[in-house]
Design a protein. Sequence first.
Lengths: 393, 430
Amino acid sequence: MTDTAERAAPASPASAAAGSGRRRGFLSRHRASLLIALGLVAAVAVAALTGGADTTTPMDPDNAGPAGTRAVARVLDDKGVDVVVARSADELESVPVGSDTSVVVVLPANLGEVTVERLLEHTDGAAHLIVLGADIGSAEALGAPVTPSNVDLGEGRDAGCVDPLFDGLTVEVDSAPVYEGGDCFPGDLGALVLRPRDGLLLFGAEQAFTNDQVLRADNAAVALRLLGQDRRLVWYVPSLGDLSAGESVSMTSLLPRWVFPGLWMAGLAVVAVVVWRGRRLGPLAAEPLPVVVRAVETTRSLGRLYRRAGDRAHAAAALRRAARTRCAERLRLGSRFDPAGLVREVARRTGRPETEVARLLDPPPGDPGPTTDRDLIILAQALAELDREVKGP
Amino acid sequence: MVITGRVPLLLLLGLLPVVARPSPSTVWLWLVVVSLVVAADLLLAPGPATLTVARDPVGAVRLGHPAASVLRVGNPGKRRVRALVRDAWQPSAGATGNRHRVDLASGDRTTLTTPLLPRRRGDLPALGVTVRARGPLGLGARQRTLDVPGVVRSLPPFESRKHLPSRLARLRELDGRAAIRVRGPGTEFDSLREYVRGDDVRSIDWRASARTTKVVVRTWQPERDRRVVLVLDTSRTSAGRVEDVPRLDSAMDAALLLAALASRAGDRIDFVAGDRRIRARVRSARARDIAAHLQDTMADLEPVIAEADWASLAGAVTEFGRQRALVVLLTPLEPSAVEEGLLPVLPALTRHHRVVLASVRDPELEVLAGTRTTIDEVYDAAAAEQAMVRRRQTADLLTAVGVDVVDADAERLPPALADHYLSLKANGLL
């Protein structure tokens, strides 16, 4: 038994190591993919936890910007009013509207005719339907055939009516539409408040509700009184889609009905092609790369070193020494030649004056050497030329 | 788990039901149906491991010459197997057309031949045989990579063998068999024969001529049974490439030519290769196929990024025997490496042996020294001149120690080394 255990012992760590090696292999091979997946999950989680991002739609209760109405919505919420936001006609229809509910409609310019019909039908049982800033089109659609005109209310306008809702309050906004035949906040051209029929109220000064202007005059009081009449408030912000819903002929209705499912099917086929082509027939064949060193590499780096140091004197000395050796070889002067003798021989061979040859091959000790790059190039080329002359035809 | 190209086609076929019943649910239903069919096909596919795969040994082939690897595939299972088989090799083995379609009934066997064309010297391994066995509908397949070891040994190409006939002819000229005789201090007495015009009068054997009425000359034959030790340096300096061929490969070429020539001349050849330690050793091979034997030994030698330990290499030379030998050091003439590593051990070698250093010269150095148009080129030229002066000094130093230096371009080194050997032999200096 012990014998077996002892024999098994060396094998088991090895197999365990192999197993963990395979696991580690999987982890390390897919580390990048795992990290990316983790990052995506984290991003989605963060987005979900922090809630929907703030919107920039004007008059939206979630918009904290100057044109938003978050201040009013929050205060209403604090005062015990249950604020429900609907951002499209479909959303609105999914919200139950009862006799304890006010519905406020902002941005009525985004209401299409069909949407207005759906809105009126759905909010039939509501206690109050309040439309903020209705323009001519939406006012007519809502059943109030009036022509609103824009006026400047920078000076403020008093309620001027007996309605306890607005009694003694003043509204002050930059500009707002006023309606002929309205009752409260009257002026020359019309009043801010129009009640075309029971339960429907048009309020022109929508700017009074925005975060930017809600603190001017009694705007806040107007807003809270107007919207806080009931226990629930449905805040309907029509989307652009509500403008054309059911009214225009969309591209999709012209296409055959099978086109979209067909596209889905084609997409699935493409995914299948990717899966089919993406699977390799066995692992990649790897090549252990050889050492690639060019033999001349060290010489080139030496040249770069000279260049970096700008050591012209050294480079010139190397070139001259090599030229002397080569000339001596060509003139068969032996390996231990006398520089002066070499100069004499070279001068005789090439027919050049001795001083010129001496300046090239063996300058006197006081010679400063080439001072500029150009001098060095000229010297190098002159040495090459001399070598060619010595070599002869 | 693999799907085949039929799966996307089958999915596209789903457009028909979608047109008939245009609804997203049709898409999902069709997807479910296709998935189930593919899953069933995958389950019914035979396991790739049921095939037996064996490989015939490939053996050795000279670099750049074609070879073939033969796989013997059998199906001992009860079911028919239709599969795609890929015989993967290291890319430099040049395995083209390594994908084979196999259709084996139960008990069938077949052979698959993968052509190989090695592009790199050394042992090039097979990396595994991947079997992709597809199901009865051909929609899914099961894939497994089997380990079927195999290796093709790619030998040094021995390009310089083209120089062998001419050198052998010169060797025969040295030999007594040819008309021209050579007389030298170290040559050996062969036989006596009658004088013919043209013979060197100094080779007349007067004592033998006195016994006959004819004039008799002695004939000589070159020395035989000498030893040649080839020392191949595989250290860092041999990794340098000259015209994209490592110096090591050019040195191998030269060593092979010299070995082939020396074996024909009746000499014994020892071979040692190493850097920091001894990598390969061939002892006293006299057979006529010494070149093939050396090729096989050299096949998997690669340059090592390490300094050569010349003391141990010289020790290996001494181990071959104390008889005087021609020691050929195949190492680049790199001033620093030679002066620091090789020079200290040379006296011990030159005392007993004749030493020749064969080095691959880089023609690019001269090109570099001759190009002097821009300032960068001038600095490079200065560096090249400096390097050449240093090389020359090192060569002079070696000559002073008693080493013959053969420094030639990669192309010219093998014949130059062979010629040097022949001249040594002709002068009886071995």
